[in-house]
Design a binder for this molecule. Structure first.
Ligand SMILES: [Zn+2]
Length: 505
């Protein structure tokens, strides 16, 4: 008799249902795995056999064949081990209950203990979509999936637990469903009120947080560019439930071990020596890169001019489409990559161009060469250009924590501005102004007559490109939203004009 159990895997983020068939016949006693199993899955044979023996099961001296279907999907994860072990137990008639409405996930240790798996969250969501009623998975993954309702989840620690239950022994304990709680925990980012001065930078970061705009910070070494960029985490609104699931899914399928649902917006700051695959994604196991790990959060590139040119130019697609498609010989995968980009750089090679503290030693030729290092296509997608000046030490005594807005206050402002956007953007499936296309800007955003006049004047005087023109309107719209308005006034537009590139170089 052929025994059958179910499990699943992910190809990129796409779930694939896997049917495990177990049969045995006369022949040399061995365990054979078929169905495009990779070396990693081949090793599972030893673990499964050992786990079964350690659970007191006698391995029959017959040839056992395990087929993983569909056979055209490469199986490279040890997540199937529990389903295979249960299939063998069914074939041995050690388990006699119907498991057709149950899906099994888990990697086995030699003793039969279950180890946590990658991708638990997307796999459980997929199992529910596939119509399964019950999920059996390792107890170590339970916090990550507790938010999922509509399917009964049984976390178990040991293969023996299921064996005992199936024989009418101790029943399995259902996982209690947990309600999603938006999280304001900010980690180790600095509070805005503890950063002295820098009002123009703080304002630009507030606009970025409110409208999802990309920022370039330019300033001499030690001016506090990275400190300021990192502080943006403290003013971002918390993730919604849907966003938290999206972010956790990416971390769950990558090699990062996660223990709980991720409810804070990610802040990723890859070093400029990070490889192309590390930044963009791909590699042998098609891992998501930093740009996907920054999904729904911030990607911060410090020392922007030092990054590999090819990697930077590839950022063009995710910055436009908010996804990245990685093409490989065996097919392509698409990962989400909807991040806000913050980049920081020195103004010139020596770092002191335009500074009052030190004299810039760069020649005109040096300056030209340095500015060429800024990737054109990326600069073209920056919404806010900001100069970061070192704070005058003599003036520090003028500042006290009391006269500066705290991150909590600014976060409140940002959340209000985002709520206004959600109202007029919900219908077109956008959440922030930065996502609007040129056509949507024309349809959705309104300017006062005085603002329209200023816009006309600016586009002639500044020789605005089409992209620059629409970017200006989007930034002005976010400024209006921060003032609790939906229509752009002349003042909003005038402020947006301050963050243009030509004010910088
Ligand atoms: Zn210089």
């Amino acid at each position: 008799m052929i025994a059958r159990t179910y499990t699943a895997t992910t190809h990129g983020l796409e779930p694939v249902k896997i049917e495990v068939e177990v049969d045995s016949n006369r022949g040399t006693p061995t365990l054979v795995l078929i169905g495009l199993a990779t070396k990693a899955v081949e090793e599972s044979k030893e673990r499964i056999t050992s786990a079964l023996i350690n659970c007191g099961i006698r391995i029959r001296s017959r040839r056992t064949i395990v087929n993983l279907a569909p056979a055209d999907i490469r199986k490279s994860s040890p997540t199937f081990e529990l389903a295979i072990a249960i299939g063998m137990l069914k074939m041995y008639k050690e388990i006699n209950i119907n498991t057709d409405d149950t899906i099994f996930f888990g990697e086995l240790s030699l003793s039969g203990e279950l180890k946590s798996i990658r991708g638990a969250l997307p796999l459980v969501i997929a199992a529910r979509q596939m119509g399964f009623k019950k999920v059996i998975l390792p107890a170590a993954n339970k916090k990550e999936v507790a938010i999922i309702s509509g399917i009964t989840i049984y976390p178990i620690k040991h293969l023996q637990d299921y064996l005992i239950f199936s024989k009418g022994g101790k029943p399995l304990v259902k996982l209690a469903n947990k309600k999603f709680k938006p999280n304001h925990l900010i980690g180790d980012s600095t509070d805005f009120k503890d950063i002295y001065g820098q009002e123009n930078v703080k304002r630009a970061l507030t606009i970025s947080a409110a409208g999802g705009h990309n920022v370039l910070l330019i300033g001499p070494p030690g001016a506090g560019k990275s400190l300021l960029a990192k502080a943006i985490s403290s003013i971002l609104p918390p993730l919604t439930e849907q966003e938290a699931i999206e972010v956790t899914t990416i971390y769950s399928i990558s090699h990062n071990k996660i223990t709980d649902l991720i409810s804070c917006r990610p802040f990723r700051a890859p070093h400029h020596t990070t490889s192309y695959v590390g930044l963009i994604g791909g590699g042998r196991y098609l891992k998501p890169g930093e740009i996907s790990l920054a999904h729904r959060g911030i990607l911060f590139l410090d020392e922007f001019t030092e990054f590999d040119r090819h990697s930077l130019e590839t950022l063009r697609q995710p910055l436009e489409d908010r996804t990245i498609t990685i093409i490989r010989a065996r097919g392509s995968v698409t990962y989400p990559a909807a991040f806000s980009l913050i980049v920081a750089a020195n103004p010139c090679q020596c770092g002191w161009q335009g500074s009052l503290q030190k004299i810039c030693r760069c020649s005109k030729f040096d300056l030209n060469r340095y500015q060429k290092k800024f990737s054109g296509p990326i600069l073209d997608r920056i919404d806010l250009f900001v100069r970061v000046k070192p704070v005058n030490l003599k003036k520090i005594s003028d500042f006290t924590s009391n006269n500066q807005s705290s991150s909590a206050q600014i976060r409140n402002q940002v959340s209000l501005a985002r709520n206004i956007q959600i109202e007029y953007l919900a219908k077109i499936n956008c959440t922030t102004n930065s996502e609007l296309t040129a056509k949507q800007v024309q349809q959705k955003l309104k300017l006062s007559p005085a603002a329209t006049q200023l816009l006309m004047k600016a586009s002639i005087n500044l020789n605005l490109t089409a992209r620059g023109y629409f970017r200006l309107i989007k930034v002005a719209q976010t400024i209006a939203n921060l003032n609790q308005k939906t229509r752009i006034s002349k003042l909003h537009l005038a402020e947006a004009l301050q963050y243009r590139q030509d004010n910088l170089f």
